[in-house]
Design a protein around this ligand. Structure first.
Ligand SMILES: *Cc1c(COP(=O)(O)O)cnc(C)c1O
Length: 367
């Protein structure tokens, strides 16, 4: 095996650029999953995650072994059982995945489909729930396939008014975009380690607020059973062999988020996003998503007519050692997906990406 010898500039939809601090933390000596020193670190990670999620008192926050999809499955497997009525708000690829997962766990899923590239309208959620009530509303906060920010706070308010709980996918928002589980009254929220937080992939932060903890169902999955995970994280009962290396990495990444401060971090992501949009506009390119629904963490730029998008990505990779993402599903070939998240959201990465795009397209910025 020939290992990579240079740092790829990771400006795709994730994983994001990793800091040397996180890399070094990961190389610390391995501890076993029930070592007294290790369980102390798990406690610190739990409280750090609860603060970063801004979880309300009485919540359970922990990191599931697995990627963002494991977080999704943990939320679904513990709140959905046969016959659970789910309203799935689908604004892109990850909304689809969430709807499908609910169906696999036996839910009666109704979909509210929104055109890819547009945000959900809370009024449509209200209408859908008034026509037919649901137990659960599922929605993706930051839809990475389209670059759209969904109005999660308003949707949660409506869902609760009409008697439903909400599952929120915060995989591309946690650590990069404003998210407040307590103030927005969200019930179950999950994320990943490798996007806004800037750790390697492999752990999925999840949080269950008190109402969701009470309403948990008998979980059909052993690995993602919240009660068993709680037994391990809180009562130190063996469930699986948690990777200490990944806990060190995520713990260090969360510490870096808290040192920077959530609000300062959100402001940094907004600033670099705005600078990037100004730059692509000067290159004569346009954004897929209209304001104010643009993600700061993931920019979707339209591929200009006559341009081979795969050739542009290849050029960036070969000439600049830089990765950006391609469009998915109905947007394949039509957009570039450029992530400016976590450690990748810096003025230097913005400038380098704009220069690389200009070089690939043979364009210079116009004032
Ligand atoms: C990346 C992503 C996921 C899936 O995460 P994995 O780490 O690839 O399993 C889920 N939802 C959204 C919105 C994502 O961006």
């Amino acid at each position: 095996m020939t290992l990579p010898s240079t740092d790829r500039i990771l400006l795709g939809p994730g994983p994001s650029v990793m800091s040397p601090r996180v890399m070094r933390a990961m190389a610390s000596p391995v501890l076993s999953h029930l070592d007294p020193e290790f369980v102390g670190l798990m406690d610190e990670l739990r409280s750090g995650l609860a603060r970063v999620f801004r979880a309300p008192e009485g919540s359970l926050a922990l990191a599931v072994s697995g990627t963002g999809t494991a977080g999704m499955e943990t939320a679904v497997a513990n709140l959905v059982q046969r016959g659970t009525r789910v309203l799935a708000v689908v604004t892109g690829y990850f909304g689809e995945r969430l709807a499908e997962m609910c169906a696999r766990y036996g839910a009666e899923v109704r979909r509210l489909d929104v055109e890819w590239g547009r945000a959900a309208d809370p009024d449509d959620v209200r209408k859908a729930l008034e026509v037919s009530r649901a137990d659960l509303v599922c929605i993706v906060h930051a839809e990475t396939s389209t670059g759209v920010l969904n109005p999660v706070e308003a949707v949660a308010r409506i869902a609760h008014e009409l008697g439903a709980m909400v599952i929120v996918d915060a995989v591309t928002s946690l650590g990069g975009m404003p998210l407040d589980v307590a103030a927005w009254n969200l019930d179950a929220v999950y994320s990943c380690s490798q996007k806004g937080l800037g750790a390697p992939s492999g752990l999925a932060p999840v949080v269950f607020a008190p109402r969701a903890l009470e309403k948990r169902v008998t979980c059909r999955s052993f690995y993602f059973d919240l009660t068993l995970l709680e037994d391990y994280w809180v009562r130190r009962k063996y469930h699986h062999t948690m990777s200490s290396s990944l806990v060190y990495a995520l713990g260090e990444a969360v510490a870096m988020v808290e040192e920077e401060g959530l609000e300062a971090r959100w402001a940094r992501h907004e600033q670099n996003h705005r600078a990037f949009v100004a730059g692509v506009t000067a290159l004569g390119l346009s954004m897929l998503v209209p304001e104010p629904a643009r993600l700061w963490t993931l920019n979707t730029v339209r591929v200009p007519a006559g341009v081979d998008e795969a050739a542009v990505r290849r050029h960036l990779l070969q000439r600049f050692n830089m990765e950006i993402g391609a469009g998915l599903g109905p947007l394949a070939g039509q957009i570039f997906r450029i992530g400016l998240m976590g450690n990748g959201s810096t003025p230097a990465h913005v400038a380098l990406c704009l220069a690389a795009l200009g070089d690939a397209l043979g364009r210079r910025p116009q004032p």
